[in-house]
Design a protein around this ligand. Sequence first.
Ligand SMILES: NC(=O)c1ccc[n+]([C@@H]2O[C@H](COP(=O)([O-])OP(=O)(O)OC[C@H]3O[C@@H](n4cnc5c(N)ncnc54)[C@H](O)[C@@H]3O)[C@@H](O)[C@H]2O)c1
Length: 374
Amino acid sequence: MKLAIPREAAPGELRCAVTPDSVKRLAALGLSVAVEAGAGAGAGAGDAALAEAGATIVDDPRALLADARIVCRVQPPSEAEAEALPLDVLLVSFLPASTPRPVIERLRQRRASCFSFELVPRISRAQAMDALSSQASIAGYKAVLLAAARLPKILPLQMTAAGTIAPARVLVMGAGVAGLQAIATARRLGAVVEATDVRTAAREEVTSLGARFVELELEAQEGAGGYARAQSEEFLKRQRALVAERVAASDVVVTTAAIPGRRAPVLVTEAMVRSMRPGSVIVDGAADTGGNCELTVIGEEVDRHGVTIIGRRNLPATVPAAASQVFARNVAEVLQHLVHDGALVLDLDDPVTGPSLAIHAGEVRSPQMQAPPG
Ligand SMILES: NC(=O)c1ccc[n+]([C@@H]2O[C@H](COP(=O)([O-])OP(=O)(O)OC[C@H]3O[C@@H](n4cnc5c(N)ncnc54)[C@H](O)[C@@H]3O)[C@@H](O)[C@H]2O)c1
């Protein structure tokens, strides 16, 4: 059974769905792995290393996809890429509910089945397949490094004969997977860290990393599956009022607050940016879903009122080797779950497979994808 790995064409996407290690695992499942030439180059997995691990390197994208039963990629396909897929293929990739309708339509026409990483249930059995978490963790780490590199101060306390430098103050808003990794990274660099979240479970996780939890005294916003639920504008207004003082006192604010399938909530207003000391840095880790700061320019780094606001998209792709290593592992786990005795088994009653298939044999199953866009 042939598994094809196309080269990612999205701008700035350097990650790859396989690594030499994962190719070996996939081959052990009885799959013959074909990789488009250059697909792993950005992630440090050159053609030679992938071929040595057992992959066939293919130059022609059409030849790559011919007879492929499974296609694995990082980003959702474009309309043209979806149209080029073989009939009845299994696609394993990120496939958010916001994927453009024409792409979904092409996937339907190809009678594709689509295993979407956004839909993997957060149950212990599926943890090794959880690419949202593996990539969020890398993003949280990188967000703090970007902030540290821009900040005109150092993060740790420094005591020398020339005097004492106080540690920087870092506020992390949203203490999920990315936020917790941001807290851990900022702590390792010696910053004094505070964090806030709307889920009660976050308090213990934050304090166990040596950060202070900012109590909001608002009703908890727990949703399903360990995520936060969508909040009303009234709630967000009260939250902003309560957290404003902490933002003003911070040298660095890293925001990672998100609600699955929705625009990110606005937590940092222009007035809050104005209240920060000149030279302070905000890294908006929610830039991919609209941003948590009112002044974020998506995809850019800007100076507003003397504060550097970083709204880079796709932070995991800026650490492509590490991000691909864990993503490829997630992909291999998915295929280990779906391939039995060399055959593909898409059991809709299985607690991991069923919920994760956004589309099955051309039929859209994800309610969010069926709803009209917007
Ligand atoms: N297999 C598993 O059981 C599993 C795997 C991964 C994560 N989880 C759980 O799910 C949690 C959230 O996961 P995620 O990081 O992918 O979520 P996410 O990316 O959807 O959101 C990031 C964080 O933003 C927070 N948030 C939302 N609105 C906010 C607001 N107005 N103010 C402050 N914070 C706000 C959320 O509560 C969440 O912690 C994790 O911390 C973990 O507890 C469980």
